[in-house]
Design a protein around this ligand. Structure first.
Ligand code: NAP
Length: 288
């Protein structure tokens, strides 16, 4: 199978590398070409435009920022793709984004598999993502060796694309809530003159502990976090969560509060930094 990757950012680049290392012919395109070029060292063919990237592919993978980026890139790639090719849509675009892409795939004779991933930069680099897949069973079966190349676990949902994206939003609701709870607890501790490291030490290994707090907390306290998940993408996901909640008439008060904090952090200039930098907005709010 010939595999094409459209988007070689934090997640797309290591995923393309793992698939090439598993022995597949991989072609990659990225808007900022220099981000894709290092993949050539791993046998990936790097090309200059999405249409050229897609034209011989049996599988086209999109791993781009959001629905708008996927729409822009597939406007060029889809008409060039082979009839019957599978489109693995891996970006987090929510349910309405996925619905629009089902229609786009049909227009171009492609089979859409809605398969976003759980895990961040580290698991992507290690080939240990969790892949969530919904779509036609035969297409999921065809993609399974690729899922195994990038991940350590596959969860499949009903045949209807959108189910996997809904589950992805459920998981991101948890991640965003947790990150914001850690951030606000740190800012609260600092605000009442308690060393926030005491909070992490005190929960360690007990029933209130959570691995994510121990992993992210020290970097949040020191405002020193390598970018694993850009804060602006977390804000995009908060919007997708609230949109999904609205569709089902759910009042997601916590997600709304999380969104407000993320907006404040983005306005303060932390959008391209790691999501954990939401702590800066929590500190600013506490200081008011
Ligand atoms: P990233 O490093 O910011 O990469 C985003 C990619 O999208 C880059 O290739 C970027 O191109 C491209 N792009 C953005 N807008 C574009 C446009 N209008 N036209 C063409 N290309 C465009 O992000 P990432 O972390 O890899 O995330 C990719 C997707 O995976 C997102 O939907 C994210 O929510 C999801 N995700 C991320 C994580 C994580 O922890 N990072 C985990 C699970 C899922 P340039 O290089 O030119 O900017």
């Amino acid at each position: 199978m010939e595999i094409t990757f459209l988007g070689t950012g934090i997640m797309g680049a290591p995923m393309a590398r793992h698939i090439a290392q598993a022995g597949y012919a991989v072609t990659a395109w990225n808007r900022t070409a220099e981000k894709a070029r290092p993949l050539a060292e791993h046998g990936v063919r790097v090309v200059e435009d999405p249409a050229e990237a897609a034209k011989d592919a049996d599988v086209v993978v999109t791993m781009l920022t959001d629905g708008e980026a996927v729409e822009d890139v597939m406007a060029e790639a889809a008409p060039a793709a082979k009839e019957g090719a599978i489109w693995w849509q891996a970006s987090t675009v929510g349910v309405s984004g996925t619905e629009a892409f089902v229609a786009l795939a049909e227009d171009h004779g492609l089979t859409l598999v809605d398969a976003p991933v759980l895990g961040t930069k580290g698991p992507a680099e290690a080939g240990e993502l969790v892949v969530l897949a919904s779509g036609p069973n035969a297409a999921i079966e065809t993609l399974t060796p690729l899922f195994e190349a990038v991940g350590s676990k596959l969860l499949t949902f009903r045949e209807v694309p959108g189910r996997a994206s809904n589950f992805k939003l459920v998981m991101n609701h948890w991640v965003l809530a947790l990150t914001n709870a850690i951030a606000e607890t740190i800012a609260f501790a600092e605000g009442v003159d308690i060393n926030p490291a005491c909070f992490l030490d005190t929960i360690a290994d007990g029933p209130l502990d959570v691995g994510y707090a121990q992993m992210k907390g020290p970097g949040m306290i020191g405002s020193d976090l390598p970018v694993a998940f850009p804060l602006k993408h977390a804000l995009k996901d908060a919007d997708l969560i609230l949109e999904a909640g609205d569709r089902h008439a759910l009042d997601l008060v916590l997600a709304q509060a999380v969104r407000e904090r993320l907006v404040a952090a983005a306005v303060e200039g932390h959008g391209d930094q790691d999501m954990g930098m939401v702590v800066a907005a929590a500190r600013a709010t506490s200081a008011r």
